[in-house]
Design a protein around this ligand. Sequence first.
Ligand code: 13P
Ligand code: SF4
Length: 353
Amino acid sequence: MNHGVSLTSDELYSRLKNIKVGASVCQYSRKKCDELLPVINEIRQLKAEKNAVILVHSYVSPEIVYGVADFVGDSYKLSRDAIKSTAKTIVFVAVRFMGETAKILNPDKQVIVPAPDAGCTLADSITAEDVRSLRTRFPGHTFVCYVNTSAEVKAECDVCVTSANVYKIVSSLPNNNIYFLPDKFMGQNLVNEMKRRGLQRNISFWNGTCYVHEEYKQEDILKVRLEYPDARIVSHPECNADVIRNSDFVGGTEQMLDYMRTTDARQFLMLTECGLSSRLQSEFPEKQLVGSCTLCRFMKSNSLGNILSALRDPGSAEIIKIEESVRVKALRSLEAMFRYAEAVPAAPGKSCE
Ligand code: 13P
Ligand code: SF4
């Protein structure tokens, strides 16, 4: 996203000034931008000297997204960006499983995560041992894992999916017997969508949840619909089935942004983490955000300070290492995802391709 080495205070302020999401941590005065600028420019200088690239998920704090990121996006796009980049070092500013995914795909690059303890309630809900035991209970099933899983769990599965391609990939699998993990809401949404598409699928799923998305309720939507009848309701597939049924658009975070970019609607309720609402306000100032959003404490544990220190002198916890036998097996799940996601034409649907 940023091409020159240094950013000016005007440039930074113009990217951040429209963001008014929730808490004051996500609001930016001219003075606050002036205070952030020295560390932002130190990071930008250091990454140029070290031939590093900074990949940032949209949920991370806006000063990181608009101050130091080379690439911003969802988990699918960032995996692709990590492969495309020729940099020696990837600084992955998100949660740990996303850094691991970059390492699985780029074994010869150094992958650094500035917040090494940034977990994810979905990824932490299931272990490789759990998958091995499920395999014995569900023989003959294709094991589909959401990307929000550890490298060890991906290594035990057949194909990985992200929120951007889950419906498309499951629609095109040759086996009707599917075990989906770890998100129970996405699993139920998958069952409903396959039925809606008239596809015969016998889908079982694990019982994990995202603690951010599970909080959204159908009542939130009904209230907003009364107050703002023209607002579009845009949801992430980690939300429950009632929320999904009442939404105008459902998709991964990059698809949600594309939807806002391409629709004429002016008002949106975004049922996802606040980072995406911040992107809406920064990049589409003519559009209005209605309702509220929620923070992911894991994504928000990244800071300019821990990025600077990880880039200067990464500790061993910040450098992603994956045992080669695990990496090679996990890579097969990711390669299967790329094959299905990019080769198969999308089936008609309101969301998630
Ligand atoms: P996306 O891939 O849609 O950005 O989702 C990642 C995530 O963690 C959602 O909570
Ligand atoms: Fe995990 Fe939920 Fe945070 Fe996404 S928002 S990283 S699914 S805890």
